[in-house]
Design a protein around this ligand. Structure first.
Ligand SMILES: NC(=O)c1ccc[n+]([C@@H]2O[C@H](COP(=O)([O-])OP(=O)(O)OC[C@H]3O[C@@H](n4cnc5c(N)ncnc54)[C@H](O)[C@@H]3O)[C@@H](O)[C@H]2O)c1
Length: 238
């Protein structure tokens, strides 16, 4: 049995990731702070997939222990997808410490902690995939978010060196993907972003899920580690 731990499954991208990895034959340990995690597990089970739900806050060590305990009950972890993330946007001059700290804690601190704590439970040939963002290159009004997602890039590259050859570590940097997080951006700004995109559309959650499925699969991407794959319709800066 191949086990995939996927965080942030109650969100747009996470639900798609969980569905794609379950369809690929993984038993999915589906994690989210929100109680929507249970709906996701119900849908996966109704489709005949094996899934376990854990409602937990990944910024706390007890939440992460619960996740790893649930995974241990089904077997070694083959795939860990660090997808849970938040935004607390503000221009630097208006950003308070709470907005800064919350984003760093979820988007970087929890990714670091869960990855490191999961290592001993991971199967040889396992794969860690973290969801960074094209914003790691720098986004106006997203100092905290850009910094957290840049941290994920550094973490990915450094951890890949430490864990090779046993475990591969990669990241995806999505562009604007059509989820509640993206739809929270004012429509006018969103339209401008779509207009500036060479592909002239937002990405779909499935665009990210297919990239993750490839990086998760050692038979197909076994020589790829420490890589940051931009899935952003050709837009890499601006
Ligand atoms: N949507 C986009 O355009 C876009 C672009 C680039 C990167 N991303 C990244 O992709 C990932 C998924 O984004 P999304 O658009 O699906 O967002 P979303 O807001 O729809 O989903 C994020 C999920 O993470 C969960 N979460 C937040 N804090 C948590 C915590 N402490 N513990 C456990 N779960 C927690 C939320 O409850 C939510 O269900 C995020 O890391 C995000 O930064 C999204």
């Amino acid at each position: 049995m191949s086990v995939a731990v996927v965080t942030g499954v109650a969100g747009g991208i996470g639900a798609s990731l969980a569905g794609r990895l379950a369809a690929g034959g993984h038993t999915v340990v589906a994690v989210d702070l929100a109680d929507g995690v249970h709906d996701v597990v119900e849908r996966l089970s109704a489709d005949g997939h094996a899934a376990i739900g854990v409602q937990a806050d990944l910024t706390g060590s007890s939440g992460r222990s619960e996740v790893l305990g649930a995974a241990a009950a089904v077997g070694p972890i083959h795939v860990l997808v660090n997808n849970a993330g938040i935004t607390r946007d503000a221009r630097l001059v208006k950003m308070d410490e709470a907005q800064f700290g919350a984003v760093i804690a979820v988007n970087l601190g929890a990714v670091y902690a869960l990855s490191v704590e999961a290592v001993d439970q991971m199967a040889d040939g396992g794969s860690i995939v973290s969801i960074s963002s094209r914003a790691y290159l720098g986004n106006f009004g997203q100092f905290n978010y850009s910094m957290s997602k840049g941290g994920v890039v550094g973490l990915t590259r450094a951890l890949a060196l430490e864990l090779a050859p046993r475990i591969r570590v990669n990241a995806i940097a999505p562009g604007l993907i059509e989820t509640p997080m993206a739809l929270a951006i004012p429509e006018e700004i969103r339209n401008r972003m779509v207009e500036a995109n060479p592909m002239k559309r937002m990405g779909a959650p499935n665009d990210i899920a297919e990239a993750v499925a490839w990086l998760a699969d050692g038979d197909r991407s076994g020589y790829v580690t420490g890589h940051v794959l931009v899935v952003g319709g050709g837009r890499s800066l601006g």
